[in-house]
Structure formats: C-alpha cells, structure tokens
Design a protein around this ligand. Structure first.
Ligand SMILES: Nc1nc2c(ncn2[C@@H]2O[C@H](COP(=O)(O)OP(=O)(O)OP(=O)(O)O)[C@@H](O)[C@H]2O)c(=O)[nH]1
Length: 538
C-alpha cells in the first residue's frame, strides 16, 4: 500500500512525469531510427552491394571477352597467312617443322591447333593430349585421336558455313577458350582453303593471371545446364566477405561455365559504418537535446513551481507566514505574474482577516475592546501573572442610573454618553498594557496586568473622579447632577490559585457593593479572599 502510494507520488511529480514523457519520446525516436535503418537504409545498402557484385562480375566477363578477342586476332594472324593457306592445300611440307613444334604452343599459350582442309577434313592436329604429352599428326590417327572431340565440335560448327572468325568458351572436355577462322590468302580475295581452330586452356595459371588482371578473387567451373536451377546469385558469407556467381554460355550447349567470385564487403561495411556513425551522433544529439530540454524545464519551470509550492506549504504549516520568495516576484514571466497575483491576493486576505479580527474583537459604538478580546487577554494575563509572580487586577465599571439617563435624554444621547465615557476611560487608562473594554450595554471592564490591588484602587478612584469632573449632565440621577459611575476593583494574588472567572466575579461583587452602598464610588476585593477594601466615596 505504502509502496503504491510512493509510486503514485513519484509519478505525480511534474519532473518525473516530464522525465518519463521525454524518455518515452526518446525511445520512440530511437525506434523510428531503427525502423528507418531496417526498412529504408539497409535495403539501399544491400541493393548497392548487389550492384557492386554485378559490376565485378561484368568486369570478369569483360576480361574473359578481351582474352577471347586476343585469341581471335591470334587465329586471324595464322589463318590469313599464305604459308598456312598453302599448307592446308597439301603444299609446303616444311610448314610443320618450321611452325608447329612444341615451343610454338607454349609461346602462344595454346593446347591445341587443328587445321582442316577445304572439305572440312583434318589436315593437321598439333597439341597436348590429356596426359600433357605433345602430339603432332596429320589427321586424327593415333596418337592424335584424343582430338576427335574437338574435330567433331569444329565440324558441327562448320555446318552453318559461317566464315566469320568465331570464338567460344568450352566447358568440355576441359575448360578452354576456342576460336576458329577460315584460312585465306593474305593479299588476295580467295575462297577459304580450310579452317584453323585454336584452343587455349583456362588453366590454373591462366585463371591466376585473370585474378591479377582484374584484382578479383575468382574461379571458373564447368557445370551441366539445368533449366530448373539457377546458378547466378549472391551469398553473404560473413560480415566482410560474400560470394557472387554468374553463369556464361559455353560449348557444348548443354553446359555452362560458372564464374564464382569472392568479394570483399568493404563498400557495404564502409556505408554501414558511416550510417552507424551518423546514427550514433543523431542519438547522441537527441539525448543531449532532451537533457538540455529537461535542464531548461527544471530551471525555468519546475524549480520555480517547486519553490512556489514549498512557499504555500510553509504558509499553511508555519505559525508565522513566510514572505513570498523574491526570486519569484522578480520574474517577468507567467510564473512571476502568478506569484505577484498570489501575493496581492494574500495581502488582500490579510487585510480582510485583520478587519474581521478588528470587528470581532472591538465594540462598534465606542471602538473599545469587546468582551471576547477582554476575556482572551484576561486569561493570558492571569496565567502570565501566575508564572511571573506578579499581581493582576481588574476594574468593573457601571454607569449609575443609565436607564434614567436614556429615558430622559433619549437613546441616541445615551450612545453619545457611552462614547464620551469610553474616551475618558481610554485617556486615563490608555497605557500600553492596560485594556479598556465595553463588556456590557453600560458596563465597562479594565484589565490591569502587573498591577497591585492598591494601585488598581487608585486607578479606579482617579477614573471615577475624572468621569465626575467630565460633568456630563444627568438631570434625573438620584446620585448626582452629572453622570457618575460605580467601580468594583479586584485583583488576584499569584500565591492564590485563582482563575479569570474568580477575578471577574470578585470585581463584580465589589461593583455590586459599590452600587449597594450608594453608587458613585469604588469598592474593592481580592479574588478568593474574604477581606474587602473599600475606598470612601468622594
Ligand atoms: N443608549 C444606550 N443605552 C443602553 C445601551 N446598552 C444598554 N443600555 C441601557 O442601559 C440601561 C441599563 O439599566 P439598568 O440595568 O436598569 O441599570 P441602571 O439604570 O444604570 O441602574 P443602576 O445600574 O442600578 O445604577 C438600560 O436602560 C439599557 O437600555 C446602549 O448601547 N445604548
């Protein structure tokens, strides 16, 4: 239960709510960034990587095409040579010894050269057989019968009677480049005397050279063609490496050559790194921005509100209301206006309270303290007297025959008489610590703290005389021709266990006796005592 209340209090705090809200905004922003990265940026980076891989495979293809171009020019050099032209027609028997020896193939980086005559029949075959042995024969008789496959292939190509030089990639019986040209005279336009086929193996050193030329880690493989299976593709094998494959057409028709490349993913990684860098900075800037917003919020709004709230709490709890913090009043913003208005409201409330207090503690006719205030002060004075060891005294004053005064002069005149007597009492007993109160219609009481009975009697007597000397006419008074008062005086001694009621009761008794014994006089007594002191009437 307490924990739940603490949680509620935590959540109720403006600062915590702002913190939570801003954290939620930050999380949403981060989620949005992650979503953008996942669904917008990453696909672009991966597509770019695929384009890069495609470009690299294009380069490999172009490099192979360039090699085929070289082969084609090589075969043309030999096919458009008069010696070759004569040789395939059965002339120049020295052609073989002069040109078709082993080092020629090595120099030209060839595996095989086949010369066909005009009837597409083998005129000469020179090359390395499957075991790498050099053979040179007129036709396909052993030991050159290993070249039958190529001759069949060549003859099949010639069925179309395409006399243009042609180049192919061979997937069988070994990976190779093949190029073929008709054999012509070099200077004159003449019909083809036969055909020349050159085969260059795509050997490991050749592939190695291709790797060096292109700078791409690649390999070539012969595969059987299967329409249902695609061999093209890209596979990301690690964060830094990927393989990209593509098939190219080759002979025979049911075969393909697959180019496999192992490519670095630097480009992707670099883009990713850049993106991450931007992302981290964005997140950092976002966090810093939120912290700054929080700090500003705390400084500009929350701290002053807290200060204001603290002030109102203290106002409620402290006995002495604290002043409104100056820092709040100095502000020129909404909080400053609120503080100033609040202070104005407080001032107004204090004034109203003071007015109410004044009204509740004073008599509206004479302006003297009323019974409520008199009783409060009396209570405090008696307790203080007991604590300090001093006496406290009280006078009870009653106008003599005031009914007759009213009856004779009228009620308004009676009021004026009450006001005049009140002024007289205030003037004579207006000491700071004395309190003169109107405690009844025509009855007054005076509280005299730290005053002995004797001194109180003196004050009472002086007051009685002063009123008499004021000489307010009272034509119908049986006592005197002017307004007079009777006064009862009492005091309580600190040694006696007196209370305010007992003190006033004693004063009332004394007043009663003053009235009884002829009015216009002062009678005195002490609370809780039997002996009385009577002042003679003047
Ligand atoms: N004008 C006026 N008269 C008041 C006021 N309050 C009380 N009185 C009058 O004061 C008179 C008091 O009369 P009583 O209690 O009979 O006493 P008294 O006539 O003074 O006679 P003693 O006290 O025995 O000398 C009444 O007539 C009240 O109407 C007031 O505020 N104004």
């Amino acid at each position: 239960m307490t924990q739940a209340r603490q949680m509620t209090a935590l959540y109720s705090s403006l600062r915590n709510r702002f913190l939570l809200s801003l954290c939620a905004v930050l999380c949403l922003a981060l989620l949005a960034l992650v979503a953008i990265a996942r669904f917008q940026i990453m696909p672009i980076l991966l597509e770019d990587e695929e384009q890069y891989a495609g470009g690299e495979l294009d380069r490999v293809e172009r490099a192979i095409g360039s090699e085929l171009g070289h082969m084609r020019r090589l075969v043309e050099d030999w096919a458009f040579w008069d010696d070759t032209y004569d040789f395939v027609q059965g002339e120049r028997p020295e052609y073989v010894d002069s040109n078709l020896y082993e080092s020629t193939l090595e120099t030209l980086d060839l595996d095989l050269m086949i010369f066909l005559d005009a009837h597409n029949q083998p005129r000469w075959v020179v090359g390395y057989n499957g075991e790498g042995e050099f053979t040179s024969c007129p036709g396909t008789a052993p030991p050159c019968d290993w070249a039958d496959t190529y001759i069949d292939f060549l003859q099949a190509r010639l069925e179309g009677e395409n006399e243009e030089p042609q180049t192919w990639l061979l997937a069988k019986p070994e990976l190779a480049m093949a190029t073929m040209s008709g054999i012509y005279q070099s200077r004159e336009v003449s019909p083809s005397a036969g055909w020349l086929l050159m085969v260059r193996p795509l050997s490991a050193p050749w592939v190695e050279q291709l790797r060096d030329t292109t700078g791409i880690d690649l390999s070539l493989t012969s595969i059987a063609q299967d329409n249902d299976v695609t061999h093209d593709g890209l596979e990301r094998i690690s964060a830094n490496r990927m393989t990209a494959s593509r098939t190219v057409e080759a002979m025979p028709d049911d075969h393909l050559i697959r180019i496999d490349t192992l490519l670095p993913r630097q480009r992707y990684q670099a883009s990713l790194e850049t993106f991450r860098f931007a992302l981290y900075w964005t997140v950092g800037v976002l966090v810093v921005t939120l912290l700054v917003v929080l700090w500003l919020l705390e400084r500009i709004v929350l701290a002053p509100i807290r200060q204001f709230s603290h002030f109102t709490q203290r106002m409620h709890h402290d006995a002495l209301p604290p002043p409104m913090p100056a820092s709040l009043l100095k502000r020129r913003d909404e909080i400053g206006t609120l503080a100033q208005e609040f202070r104005n409201l407080l001032d107004h409330q204090h004034q109203q309270s003071a007015l109410l207090l004044e009204l509740s503690q004073h008599d509206s006719l004479t302006g003297l303290a009323n019974r409520r205030l008199f009783d409060e002060r009396l209570e405090k004075a008696v307790h203080m007297a007991q604590a300090s060891g001093h006496e406290v005294s009280a006078l009870m004053i009653d106008i003599d025959h005031f009914k007759l005064y009213n009856d004779h002069y009228g009620h308004l005149a009676g009021d004026e008489c009450l006001i005049a007597l009140a002024e007289c009492m205030s003037r004579h007993l207006g000491r700071q610590d004395y309190l003169v109160a109107r405690t009844g219609g025509e009855e007054f009481s005076v509280l005299l703290p730290d005053t002995s009975l004797e001194a109180a009697i003196d004050h009472g007597e002086a007051l009685r005389l002063a009123i008499q000397e004021r000489a307010l006419p009272h034509a119908t008074s049986p006592t005197a021709a002017c307004v007079t008062v009777s006064i009862g005086v009492a005091s309580c001694h600190p040694s006696a266990s007196n209370n305010p009621t007992a003190l006033m009761q004693a004063a009332d008794n004394a007043l009663y006796r003053a009235k009884e014994s002829g009015r216009n006089r002062v009678k005195a007594g002490a609370a809780g005592r039997q002996e009385w002191t009577t002042t003679p009437s003047s």
